[in-house]
Design a protein. Sequence first.
Length: 228
Amino acid sequence: MGDFQLNSLSLLSIAPVVVNTTPSTVSPEKYYENPDKEILEIFSDNEGLTGVYQWKNKINNKIYVGSGLNLSSRLRHYYSQVYMKGVLKRSNSIIFSAVLNYGIENFSLTILEYCLPDEQFEREDYYIKTLQPEYNILQKAGSSLGYKHSEEAKKRISVFMSSENRPEGAGRPGQKIEVFDKETNLTATFDSFSAAATALDIRYGAIKNYFYKNQQKPYKGRYIFTKI
């Protein structure tokens, strides 16, 4: 018995298990264990709030730290495969690649802190330095260090931003809509059809047709759309 205990202790000393945990100095505001099933709750809880968030891969414990002026709008990007794949075509994003590879169901989401808008990047910097996130490319919040657009992407951005080439209606306010999720009994508000479509990862045309055909049944038996 004594030999067995000695060998066990020796093995532990040779190969310690290292797990990326949140330091005791960090007291998170909110935690979502299953963000794939808490979509509308996440959007509703964080609508109009500025703050810093963390995605954690439940398989390898790697994390990503980010921030948003409107957290609800920022977090919607992670629910749209179309959006993430579009970003990856023109630039690098380790976290988008990871979410697409592992699936958002294998991540947890933590709202580390709510803050004032003018404190956003300062607080994000604090958590990047404190938590040392493996998925972050940028070493400083709000900077372009380590983030490169492809030459083709730069040209597209330049063309789009010139006023004579912007699409008709660009910059105009969209039609706000309310989305009720029958499965969770939660309601979320979106600034436009496209914002709702991106968040729910469905086609823009599906929402447009919902109103055009004056549908009464929930879309996919789950979502009810209402113009506001």
